[in-house]
Design a protein around this ligand. Structure first.
Ligand SMILES: NC(=O)c1ccc[n+]([C@@H]2O[C@H](COP(=O)([O-])OP(=O)(O)OC[C@H]3O[C@@H](n4cnc5c(N)ncnc54)[C@H](O)[C@@H]3O)[C@@H](O)[C@H]2O)c1
Length: 353
């Protein structure tokens, strides 16, 4: 049986859009057909939403985007004010981004391993598999334990996931797990520094869930930290009310897609005349026939009063192909240059100093 060291040899390397100018390539795609033309339109809509400096851009992440090599893109979007809030699954933010910030890596699985015939051997080695990517489960346990440590350090009360993730950013800073101190850059820390709120509406459904379960078990009847997803929804809705023009860049689908779309309706319920999301892009492989949320088109979302139909585009592509092109296009066109960071976290936690 191969050893863990032999299996975990080749790390996933995150693509750097700054190094690859794709503008000419994506522009040429507008004269083609099918998905390439859709992709060009999506890239143009993303550029347009960035040029609209009133627009608050919400990035939605489902699927395994961070472990797949897209992490540096999300960091660059944060640092260049190309995103104002993130709504994500916990897996992307905790199991994958926080995990890497703690010093761990994701590894490339060879062709034989991705066929699934060797999964029992991987289990014996305590290695987890995401299709063609491998993770050291012992390191993931350390990530679970660290979220428990963060929970233990907080005043026991209900928190929005945004507040908890901000505390994770503060933890990385305190522990020196940041580039300035020899650590690796992370979405959580970049967002912490740039006051970009991150929401994980199903926060317990990831590594953080294990940490929180352990925290609550240890506390028994004593006051404890808990996650309040209604508070998340209220906070995100407050951002929509304060900044009515919004655009969505959605990768995958899942809970983040609906959660971010629903703030239009929530704002309305709170007595505000909030417009639908003005811009919306979704990149997905989901097929519309199942009637599921993940696969539903943005036109369908307009029937629910959530997304305007003028600037919307579905792109049917696996995200690792489409995201570098769409974001790289907007980056190299300089669409972000006139934008200031909206620093939405400050709106939710007013700075008193
Ligand atoms: N490996 C993991 O993804 C993982 C690990 C731990 C926990 N979880 C938890 O499981 C729950 C469900 O996760 P999810 O919402 O990511 O579910 P999901 O994998 O069902 O993805 C949601 C939708 O996004 C689409 N999608 C996913 N990856 C894509 C890609 N690369 N390109 C294009 N489209 C893609 C899917 O087709 C699906 O329609 C979450 O709460 C998450 O935190 C996931």
């Amino acid at each position: 049986m191969p050893t863990k060291q032999e299996l975990l040899k080749q790390p996933i390397q995150h693509i750097d859009i700054k190094q690859h100018n794709v503008v000419a390539l994506v522009d040429a795609m507008q004269h083609m057909a099918f998905s390439s033309r859709d992709l060009h339109r999506a890239a143009s809509i993303y550029e347009r939403m960035l040029l609209d400096t009133d627009c608050g851009v919400i990035l939605c992440l489902a699927g395994s985007m961070v472990s797949a090599g897209l992490k540096q893109i999300f960091i660059d979007l944060i640092r260049n004010h190309m995103v104002d809030a993130i709504v994500s699954t916990g897996a992307n933010i905790v199991d994958q981004d926080f995990f890497e910030a703690l010093g761990f890596k994701h590894w490339i699985a060879d062709d034989l391993l991705r066929q699934g015939t060797e999964d029992a051997m991987l289990r014996e080695n305590m290695i987890d598999r995401i299709y063609d990517t491998l993770i050291d489960e012992e390191q993931l346990r350390f990530c679970d334990d660290t979220t428990e440590k963060v929970a233990n350090s907080l005043d026991p009360r209900p928190y929005s996931s945004r507040e908890f993730i901000r505390a994770m950013g503060a933890y990385l800073e305190q522990e020196g797990k940041v580039p300035e101190k020899g650590g690796v850059d992370s979405i959580i820390h970049a967002a912490y520094q740039n006051d970009v709120p991150i929401f994980c509406p199903a926060f317990s459904d990831c590594s953080a869930g294990f940490g929180l379960v352990a925290h609550q078990h240890a506390r028994q009847d004593k006051p404890k930290v808990s996650i309040d997803s209604a508070k998340d929804f209220y906070e995100l809705t407050q951002l929509k009310i304060a900044n009515p023009t919004t655009g969505l860049l959605m990768l995958g689908g899942g809970v983040p897609k609906n959660f971010a779309q629903d703030i239009v309706v929530a704002a309305e319920i709170l007595g505000n005349d909030a417009p639908m999301h003005k811009y919306a892009i979704q990149i997905t492989v989901a097929d519309v026939r199942d009637g599921a949320l993940s696969s539903s088109t943005l036109k369908e979302a307009s029937s629910w009063g959530k997304v305007d139909t003028t600037y919307e585009q579905m792109v049917y592509s696996e995200a690792t192909l489409a995201v570098p092109l769409i974001t790289g296009y907007a980056y190299h066109k300089g669409a972000f240059k006139a934008r200031q960071g909206k620093r939405w976290s400050r709106l939710l936690e007013p700075v008193t100093a």
